[in-house]
Design a protein around this ligand. Structure first.
Ligand code: MSP
Length: 520
């Protein structure tokens, strides 16, 4: 068990009615890389993911398929969502499903607490609801339908008709939190990141908050309102609470105290729920607000948000079956500035695989190991006297490690990879300049050859450690080949930049190509 500072990080919980696509995979691998980084830094890390299983969307999908909602979600969670984590090599610590008793009972307890504190009242409600969003839509997100929906009001996100709902609802006094939320954003400028997301949230809240309808009575697939069982709790209130129920809210005070509050990573489409409604709910309950909310952008395919309903959905296995999980993780986390939209294309993915992974990192590893095998019988040579050029490599490694750690602290995995990649580029240049194959021909240069290959191998050691949160599979192979005692995941990542961890004399093993050639 680690003794470091708590680092609790979450993905959104996914609607299981959709088969996972690369957009869901994107959020998940970003959170996993951040969690792996902090775990390896010795922080007391906890990564949570899960599924959001209640609500009308799920109920309708189940009835359309002629099964009960529980059967429907069970099948999808087991058949599609658990396997996604394996496909992408995600090392989550927990997986919460909102239909679990550990969650449902505590949701009731939380909502009861808000009711007892006077933050909930009964009222009449009439508004346009989007089942796709599971949300009553504000004016700004209602547009006129076109084509088959001509003459109807449709959701700006889903382009599907909205439903006019009129019912008795319970309301949460969200409007009372306008001031406290604005204070929060002011006092903790990093509460919402990036800057663009923060600005959007601040101006939304400044325009004034309305109370939030938090119950539904037209259907019953949800958690019952504890004081009125003709209502179920609004699916978003139920869903947001997963972050607290999963770490022992109401059941395990020690665990809750240890983990809470969390960092939430979410797509920008669900930012307001996390940066406005959720902290207000927590304030109303007298609990700490999250440590921060980071909104990432959308994956675009053909210039539009990729989505299953628009038939641009790509399932992660289409990529991992060809390129492997490491390439998937590397590609999405390095090619897209975290926080901005990014376009996915097969051409870009293949080009980066070839240039950066196969020719860049993979080739560096295989030629270094092959030369140690060939010139030193597979035993890491000792470094002799270091030249300025060698010391420059040591400095690049130290700087890259520090910069990567700072970038991960800012929730910028893309910038962390870019910093780490300076090592790959520098080492490839270093080998070209130093021409170990030429040194090997001259017996008088034996010590120099040893220094050059030690430098390359020790640089690879640093790369294995720094890249392991991003590419656990290939770095694991490299680590074994380097012959260093101990598990890679136990290597302290914040010490990765210190030169000299690789012991001369260690026996290197064979290394299969890390990123094999792909026949197009
Ligand atoms: N169930 C809610 C979240 C509740 S959290 C308390 C939900 N689920 S979702 O399955 O629709 O979306 C989950 C995440 O996937 C969101 O962060 C969303 O932004 C992300 N993505 C879905 N499509 C995406 C892209 N095309 N690109 C990037 N991420 C996208 O919302």
């Amino acid at each position: 068990m680690s003794t470091g500072r708590s680092f609790y990080i979450t993905t959104p919980i996914y609607y299981p009615s959709d088969v996972p696509h690369i957009g869901h995979g994107y959020t998940t691998v970003a959170v996993d890389a951040l969690a792996r980084w902090h775990r390896q830094a010795g922080d007391d890390t906890w990564m949570l993911t899960g599924t959001d299983e209640h609500g009308q969307k799920m109920l309708r999908a189940a009835s359309a398929n002629g099964v009960t909602p529980q059967e429907w979600v069970d099948k999808l969670v087991e058949g599609s969502w658990f396997p996604l984590l394996e496909t992408l090599e995600v090392a989550n610590d927990d997986f919460i499903r909102t239909t679990q008793a550990r969650h449902e009972e505590r949701v009731q307890q939380f909502v009861q607490a808000l009711y007892d504190r006077g933050y909930i009242y009964a009222g009449e409600y009439e508004a346009l609801y989007c089942v796709g969003c599971e949300e009553f839509k504000p004016e700004s997100e209602i547009v006129d339908g076109t084509g088959p929906f001509e003459g109807l009001k449709v959701c700006a996100i889903h382009s599907k008709p909205l439903e006019l709902l009129k019912e008795k609802n319970y309301f949460f006094k969200l409007s009372e939190f306008t001031g406290p939320l604005l204070d929060l954003y002011k006092n903790e400028p990093d509460f919402v990141r990036p800057e663009s997301a923060r600005n959007e949230v601040v101006s939304f809240v400044k325009s004034g908050l309305k109370d939030l309808s938090i119950s539904r009575s037209a259907f019953d697939w949800g958690v019952r309102v504890p004081w009125d069982d003709s209502h179920v709790i609004y699916v978003w209130v139920d869903a947001l609470l997963n972050y607290a129920t999963a770490v022992g809210y109401g059941t395990d005070p020690a665990q809750f105290e240890r983990r809470w509050p969390a960092f939430h990573i979410v797509g920008k489409d669900i930012l307001r729920f996390h940066a406005v409604i959720w902290p207000a709910m927590l304030m109303a309950a007298g609990l700490d607000v999250p440590r921060g909310v980071f909104a990432h952008g959308w994956l675009l395919v053909g210039g539009e948000k990729m989505s299953k309903s628009k038939l641009t959905g790509i399932v992660p296995t289409e990529i991992t079956d060809v390129f492997g999980a490491d390439a998937y993780r590397f590609y999405f986390l390095s090619a897209i500035a975290f926080g901005q939209d990014g376009s996915f294309s097969w051409e870009d993915l293949s080009a980066r695989y070839q240039a950066e992974l196969a020719n860049g990192f993979g080739n560096l590893a295989s030629r270094t190991m092959a030369m140690i095998e060939k010139y030193f019988g597979g035993s890491v040579p000792p470094p002799a006297e270091y030249s300025d050029g060698d010391r420059r490599i040591q400095q690049i490694v130290a700087d890259a490690a520090a910069e990567a750690d700072a970038a991960m602290d800012r929730f910028r995995p893309d910038e962390a990879v870019a910093a780490i990649w300076t090592i790959v580029d520098a080492l490839n240049g270093y080998i070209t300049e130093n021409e170990p194959w030429a040194l090997a021909k001259d017996a008088a240069q034996r010590a120099r050859l040893g220094t050059v290959l030690y430098t390359a191998a020790e640089g690879l050691r640093a790369l294995a450690v720094l890249l392991s949160p991003f590419m656990p599979h290939s770095t694991g192979m490299l680590w074994s080949a380097l012959g260093i005692a101990g598990r890679l995941v136990d290597e302290p990542i914040r010490a990765a930049g210190a030169w000299g961890r690789l012991a001369p004399g260690s026996a290197v093993g064979a290394l299969a190509p890390l990123f094999p050639r792909i026949d197009q």
